[in-house]
Design a protein around this ligand. Structure first.
Ligand code: 4AD
Ligand code: MG
Length: 502
């Protein structure tokens, strides 16, 4: 009897006869031999079926199987450097579990709209498989980090009676006739909990009715939020450094293969070490208006234009191949697939090139007092090789609960941690206003209803102490670690404006 196994275990089973259960990722046949790339959820393995007296009973049926058909294959494991995954199964027996119909996602490129509609199938694809593995580890490491460092898990409600962040991004729900909102943050509840348990964290889904379709925004995303009593802003930044370093170290330890498959520059991740850069908002504003930012974008223009020229030539060449006479069909197919990819790359570049002058203008004319926009964050983060903690933003662009700087009350004691390589904000946090009168004034200034926050004001009536914390967005962190252009691939079922299927 062959033992049932999985592809991730094959290195211990060279020479053994085993059974793999999985799906046809790819298959090609020539006469008396079939090559199947089988995927079984743990990896991919090349399986070879030669037509002989052992295999003739199933050979013809297996040969006909379409992509994503399910089957069990039994055979002898050998090491095969050249094969996907490094092992090969020489098949002696096969059982078809399910013969699939025409699978909609083929190896040729598909548009993003199509893939998003087929998300339930799309995440069987190789790239998605790597990304979601990294996501699971990022989440596991976050929990370990806090559990190992004396933080108590505090679950906070998802139905919230009032805004925790900006009122413009609230999702309203009918709660037995009363309006309530889906939680934008657990923070306010966590502040109460840290007065009972000192170091606490919450970790769950959060909701923002973001009316912008950007590569950084989801309407439903996962956020971990620590909160500490007797903490200053600098304690909060220290904690964010330790957390991010521990996540990156863990992913580098356990997921080098995945990162390499995703084409992630590993050296850039190895460079993520304490201390991060710390600059104030005012310094960030100077940086945006300065010569380094200008030079960076000017260089972008030159480089991107050069690449477009290159692509123009390449596309022309490929087009010629697809139309040429006497060229083998497989070569034409390859050229057709390649041309789709290159056209996509070119149209992305052209869009970026169109945007650069606007981004230059925004940066050069950045005015103290306005919030950093997406392109501004990108510039600042690209000018640094490690994460940058940007502190002390103007009060009027930040939330009501942030502590006013006692030396300059135009600014608050807050921090946004920007990931390098242009990824922008992945952490937002602050010291919290612990003074009753100042907090009450801020609630008024932000035109919030004081009645909604009476319980929160109690925290400033009974043993109020300096405290602070931050929120880290899981999806933005995964996008950065995996080097993904768009956040939609970092979560199994992305929710964005206009998108909630499947
Ligand atoms: O900066 P934010 O809004 O901060 C808070 O919610 C605080 N209450 C956290 C705290 O101090 N306890 O959000 C924190 C992080 C951002 O840095 C970002 O990583 C992520 O949450 N985030 C989003 N991720 C995806 N889509 C969105 N629409 C996001 N909005 C915020
Ligand atoms: Mg923020």
């Amino acid at each position: 009897m062959a033992t049932k196994t999985t592809i991730d275990q094959l290195e211990k089973q060279v020479g053994d006869t085993v059974t793999l259960q999985g799906w046809v990722y790819n298959s090609r046949a020539s006469g008396k031999i079939i090559f199947i790339i089988l995927r079984d959820g743990t990896g991919r393995c090349q399986c070879v079926i030669e037509k002989d007296e052992n295999t003739e009973s199933f050979f013809a049926d297996v040969k006909k199987l379409a992509q994503e058909s399910a089957l069990a294959l039994t055979g002898v494991v050998s090491k095969e450097e050249r094969a996907t995954g490094g092992f090969e199964l020489k098949v002696t027996d096969a059982t078809i579990v399910h013969a699939a119909g025409d699978y909609p996602i083929t190896p040729k490129p598909h548009g993003i709209e199509f893939l998003m509609k087929h998300r339930h199938l799309w995440f069987r694809s190789q790239r998605q498989w790597h990304i979601l593995r990294v996501r699971a580890t990022v989440i596991d490491q976050i929990r370990r980090f806090f559990n190992d460092n004396g933080f108590l898990l505090m679950d906070t409600p998802l139905f919230a009676p009032a805004a925790g962040e900006g009122a413009q991004t609230l999702f309203q729900v009918d709660y037995f006739g009363d309006p309530v909102f889906l939680a934008q943050t657990g923070q306010l509840y966590l502040e109460a909990a840290c007065m009972a348990h000192r170091k606490v964290y919450c970790f769950g889904p959060t909701f923002r009715a973001e009316k912008s379709k950007t590569r950084r925004h989801l309407t439903e995303f996962w956020m971990v939020e620590p909160e500490i009593a007797f903490a200053s802003l600098s304690d909060v930044i220290d904690l964010s450094e330790d957390l991010l370093c521990s996540i990156v170290d863990r992913v580098l330890r356990d997921h080098l293969d995945d990162l390499e498959a995703l084409d992630r520059n590993i050296d850039e991740l190895h460079a993520i070490k304490k201390p991060f850069h710390r600059i104030t908002y005012t310094e960030a504003a100077d940086l945006l208006r300065g010569s380094k930012a200008k030079a960076l974008l000017e260089r972008d223009l030159v480089e991107k234009n050069a690449r477009v020229e290159e692509l123009n030539a390449l596309i022309e060449e490929l087009d010629a191949t697809t139309k040429a006479q006497g060229v083998k069909q497989w070569k034409k197919d390859k050229a057709i697939a390649e041309v789709i990819d290159r056209r996509e790359e070119r149209s992305e570049l052209e869009e970026q090139i169109r945007n650069i002058p606007h981004h230059m203008e925004l940066a050069a004319n950045f005015e103290w007092g306005s919030d950093l926009g997406g392109s501004d964050e990108t510039i600042i983060s690209r000018l640094h090789d490690r994460p940058v903690a940007v502190t002390h933003y103007p009060k009027r662009v930040k939330a009501f609960y942030m502590r006013e700087d006692r030396t300059n009350d135009d600014v608050v004691e807050c921090v946004d941690v920007l990931a390098p390589q242009g990824f922008g904000e992945i952490i937002g946090g602050s010291a919290r206003e612990e003074d009753y009168d100042r907090l009450l004034r801020r609630i008024g200034e932000e035109k919030l209803d004081r009645n909604d926050y009476e319980w929160y004001l109690d925290l400033r009536r009974f043993g109020s102490v300096p405290h602070g914390g931050f929120g880290l967005g899981v999806e933005r962190t995964v996008a950065w670690i995996c080097n993904l252009k768009h956040i939609r691939e970092t979560i199994p079922y992305p929710r964005m404006m206009g998108k909630f299927y499947p």
